[in-house]
Ligand binder design. Structure first.
Ligand code: F6R
Length: 653
């Protein structure tokens, strides 16, 4: 079961003391990015005030990217509500793309103004962002001058950092030297791939950036690095626990006397104290911890669970568990059985079967099922096999497509469709002014669109229609009536930009209305608890809030909502850890192939999509690998061998 994060501002009080054996950089773990950001913003505010008290300027090194946004938001709040003044702040930003115009949508100059400077009282001349408008031969002199300016200001009192998936700090990519200073840097492929989301594809993404060097960063009196979400977990673990190496520039912070990592639980998940807490301190051996330890032991020793011996437990730091539960034999059988019971070919419950040890109830035999799909293809990508089984087993399956997914359609794809409609109407003399204009306007806009232009409403509409058609096509393919596809178009998504609005009341209302209309016995939702900025997380928040409100409205059994189970699938690329899984739905080779064909219905998302990210594979390849990996993990633990499996966790909040 997934517990909701505890909303507390206190750092996570896990086995911190002995974690020091493993962790070479002080690391504070918070339940979520918000609580963590508050703590960092307060440290910055205290420093600003302290400097004010001394009549001195406060020299800040600032970062851009998604990580510091919540820190800046809290600083703005403190400025507005608590009178925090920035008049004595002098700031130097880490980096800027090169070349880059300051007013471009993607410029870091613009980012800083929008996220912080325009909302506080920092004097206009006090902030500095590397200049992306220089000619290449001017950069070296500029870089030298930038370092000199920082030194002349007295050096950085505080440096705020994010971290790239490859360990970069600023844009000091792997290979950067510890003594590097401000300079022009070639961006790593993975950095460009991550940034391509903001630039509308890799070809439009800059290849270079001006960045402060590692030495410039290490010279700061205090350095605080932020990281949110599980994508950052591996690089955080290697920076904090690994050796100092230029292949992970963040590891250089091990050499800094006053550095701190402030991260959320998801980004911490690969640290020893989270992954194998029993190696760090004494733990409470509840059932969840027991499953975690036994599956870990089995995987690490590459031995099926039923073959683990007392000696294996003792030699690998799990002797406490043995002491508590007796011999390995009993623990093995218990955990093995629990895993066995998660496997079912009947995700909607098996009629006329004893359901004591099955993940779902047998009754009612025919369930109403509501699958929520954040984007129009998440249903088939993440749970296509289960979707198909639910339909084949006679349940009344509906899909709630939460967002239009329109920004992920490439311009040339949209132009192809717009041209088709315009030409068709012309050919047949169809005079439907409203509709024709939408497509005509979209096509006209596309012919002159510049990289920095945001899509006009008409174009967003065309792109949304394309994705809706693909979703309907998948529904027909799986075998549900098209009326069972519900297009919710949640308003938080409709900004026309990568950055979305926060969850709003309208999003929750639309979600509640659909749930009330279907009155489902089962809800499936994308459970990306760990991605604080993503569309999936906002979509999940809308569902969980809607469910809570509907439950609260009438706590009696008469309320359908109290008989509705919520299953979470993993929407993005990660899968649930094996010890967390509560329902695993196997797929045969034929079913895997059928799911692949279902994913193919999303033609606009094939062949080099706009938001490819760092993984160059197509969605069907990623989905298949993930489902095969889950099956192979079960098999390696000693359970039956399946071709592939989709995994779910039940939300009981
Ligand atoms: C930004 C910067 C980068 C980012 C890093 C993480 O000024 O220098 O190092 O901090 O790429 O970016 P996000 O926070 O977007 O994951």
């Amino acid at each position: 079961m997934i517990a909701e994060p505890a909303h507390t501002d206190a750092p996570f009080s896990g086995p911190l003391q002995s974690a020091i054996t493993y962790e070479k950089i002080p690391t504070n773990i918070y339940a979520d990015a918000k609580a963590a950001s508050r703590a960092v913003a307060h440290e910055i505010a205290d420093l600003i005030r302290q400097r004010q008290g001394e009549g001195k300027p406060c020299i800040l090194g600032l970062a851009t990217g998604s990580s510091p946004k919540t820190v800046y938001a809290e600083l703005i709040r403190m400025h507005r509500e608590e009178g925090l003044s920035f008049r004595n702040v002098v700031s130097f930003n880490l980096d800027e793309y090169f070349p880059m115009e300051p007013d471009s949508l993607q410029s870091y100059w613009r980012f800083m103004r929008e996220q912080l400077f325009d909302h506080v009282d920092i004097p206009a001349g006090n902030y500095h962002v590397p200049d992306g408008t220089l000619s290449p031969d001017q950069v070296a002199a500029f870089a030298k001058q930038y370092d000199q300016q920082i030194a002349d200001a007295g050096g950085l009192d505080f440096q705020l950092l994010g971290i790239g998936g490859n360990g970069h700090i600023g844009f000091n990519e792997p290979g950067s030297l510890i003594n590097s200073h401000t300079r022009l840097m070639m961006l790593d492929h993975s950095t460009r791939a991550a940034a391509s989301v903001d630039f509308g594809g890799l070809p439009r993404t800059p290849r270079k950036a001006i960045t402060m060097g590692v030495a410039s960063i290490l010279a700061a009196k205090r350095v605080v690095l932020l990281a949110w979400g599980e994508r950052k977990a591996p690089v955080i673990a290697s920076a904090v626990e690994g050796t100092v190496t230029e292949t992970n520039p963040a590891s250089y912070l091990q050499t800094h006397p006053n550095a701190l990592f402030v991260i959320d639980e998801a980004a911490a998940s690969d640290l020893t104290r989270m992954r194998t807490p029993w190696l760090v301190d004494s733990v409470t051996w509840d059932n969840a911890m027991k499953k975690k330890a036994v599956t870990y032991l089995s995987m690490t020793l590459q031995k099926p669970i039923l073959k683990l011996t007392d000696r294996d437990y003792n030699d690998n730091g799990v002797s406490d568990l043995l002491a508590q539960y007796g011999q390995a034999y009993d623990i093995n059988i218990d955990v093995f059985n629990q895993l066995q019971h998660t496997i079912t070919g009947w995700p909607g419950g098996k009629p006329n079967a004893d359901d004591t040890n099955r993940p779902e109830r047998a009754l009612p035999e025919r369930k109403r099922v509501l699958i929520f799909s954040p984007h129009p293809d998440d249903d088939i990508i993440s749970m296509g096999g289960t979707f198909q089984r639910l339909v084949d087993q006679g349940h009344d399956v509906h899909v709630g497509y939460q967002t239009s997914g329109n920004i992920a359609v490439a311009d040339d794809e949209a132009l192809r469709f717009a041209d088709f409609v315009v030409d068709f109407n012309k050919q047949f003399g169809i005079d439907s002014p409203g509709a024709t204009h939408i497509f005509q306007d979209a096509a006209a806009f596309l012919r002159t669109k510049k990289d920095s232009d945001r899509d006009i409403d008409e174009l967003r509409y065309v792109k949304g229609v394309i994705r809706r058609g693909e979703a309907k096509s998948t529904c027909r393919f799986v075998g549900i009536p098209v009326e069972n596809a519900h297009f919710m178009n949640l308003p938080f998504y409709e900004t026309g930009k990568v950055e979305k609005k926060p969850l709003g009341e309208a999003d929750i209302q639309i979600t509640m209305e659909l749930i009330e209309k279907i009155k489902p016995h089962q809800i499936y939702a994308a459970g990306d608890l760990a991605d604080p900025h993503g569309t999936h997380k906002v979509c999940l928040d809308a569902i969980l809030e809607a469910v809570k409100r509907l439950r609260r409205a009438d706590p009696t059994p008469a309320n359908f909502m109290n008989d509705c189970w919520v299953w979470l699938y993993r929407g993005a690329w990660a899968e649930w850890d094996i010890h967390e899984i509560e329902m695993a739905v196997p797929m045969s080779p034929d079913q895997v192939m059928k799911k692949r064909l279902g994913i193919f219905k999303h033609q606009s998302q094939k062949d080099g999509v706009v938001y490819q990210g760092t993984d160059a594979r197509e969605f069907w390849q990623r989905a298949e690998e993930r489902n095969r990996t889950t099956a192979s993990r079960y098999n390696r633990l000693g359970l039956a061998e399946y071709e592939a499996m989709e995994a779910f966790v039940r939300w009981k909040g």
